[in-house]
Design a protein around this ligand. Structure first.
Ligand code: NAP
Length: 290
């Protein structure tokens, strides 16, 4: 069997077209959806990420503000900027690009963002909302993975989903989202003994580790859906995921590629969350994340 691809670029285009249409409708009613992206320091990867986020806003009718600060910005000064953005009615979403320099407590900064503008979904209020099934913002990467499963019409009810990785931004929220759809969920991590024993039972595997070839063909049940969140470099310096794509695609039923899979979906869901925040502020939100 050769797995069918879940194309993150194509799905992103569809979802972004919807964002652009909803943004235009909101603008026509006098609200311009606005995202503030805050970058501290000059981490090269972060610079690329924030540029891509700002461009995605511009391309889809959202207003964006990119704040660049020097690496030695004091924590208090950053907290003051977040506070100002919290009170700015033109800003509906605030994203502080991680990682922050070591002298700044990243969690403290995230907790300073008003939960109604926490479009990254990293605030404890957002995590609590996800856990309890109440309205809030879902973290963009696992939210994008859910959209990919929806795009193939996959019914998770009663299926066994295995999530590899338990970070606060991917693995744990992913597990909660799958659980909310009535999948039976197993979360694996670096201390899991015999990872393959779990993944071989899985109807859905989400790999969110950050190591190449964590999932190989012998670890996958025939016909399973495999979502690859990982972003790594191969020996030739090319972007690759956590999954041995060439091998696993011969066993799986569906698979996401890297690049062109989860990556573009993450930025797309940031746009969706920002738009949703603007719609809520304008009194027309649809609770997209719930
Ligand atoms: P993270 O915070 O480093 O978490 C990695 C997780 O993998 C941890 O829970 C760790 O377990 C687990 N792990 C490590 N080695 C393992 C092994 N051999 N077997 C099973 N589990 C193992 O990383 P993250 O932020 O969740 O990101 C994961 C990957 O996704 C990275 O490659 C990152 O670049 C990528 N990512 C991609 C996007 C995107 O838009 N495509 C967005 C976010 C992240 P312990 O908890 O026991 O240490």
């Amino acid at each position: 069997m050769t797995a069918r691809l879940i194309d993150g670029n194509a799905l992103s285009q569809q979802l972004r077209a919807d964002v652009a249409a909803r943004a235009a409708a909101l603008r026509a009613r006098g609200t311009v959806p606005g995202l503030a992206v805050v970058l501290v320091g000059d981490n090269p990867a972060s610079q690329v990420y924030v540029r891509n986020k700002v461009k995605a806003c511009e391309d889809n009718g959202l207003h964006s503000v990119l704040e660049r600060h020097p690496a030695d910005l004091a924590e208090d000064a950053l907290l003051a900027r977040v506070d100002a953005l919290n009170r700015d009615p033109a800003i509906h979403g605030i994203l502080v690009q991680l990682p922050l320099p070591a002298h700044i407590d990243a969690q403290k900064v995230i907790e300073a963002i008003a939960p109604e503008k926490d479009v990254d979904g990293f605030h404890v209020a957002s995590a609590g909302a996800l856990m309890t099934g109440s309205a809030g913002f879902w973290p963009c990467t696992p939210y994008g993975c859910m959209k990919m499963l929806d795009s193939i019409g996959y019914d998770l009810r009663g299926k066994h989903a295995v999530v590899i990785g338990r970070s606060n931004i991917v693995g744990k929220p992913m597990a909660l989202m799958l659980l909310a759809r009535s999948a039976t969920v197993t979360v694996c991590h670096s201390a899991t003994a015999d990872l393959g024993a779990f993944t071989r039972q899985a109807d859905v595997v989400v790999a969110a580790v950050g190591k190449r070839n964590v999932l190989t063909a012998d670890m996958v049940k025939p016909g399973a859906v495999v979502i690859d969140v990982g972003m790594n470099r191969d020996d030739a310096g090319k972007l690759c995921g956590d999954v041995d794509f060439a091998g696993v695609r011969e066993v799986a039923g569906w698979i996401t590629p890297v690049p062109g899979g989860v990556g573009p979906m993450t930025i797309t869901m940031l746009l969706v969350n920002t738009l949703e925040s603007a719609e809520r502020a304008a009194g027309s939100g649809t609770s997209a994340s719930t």
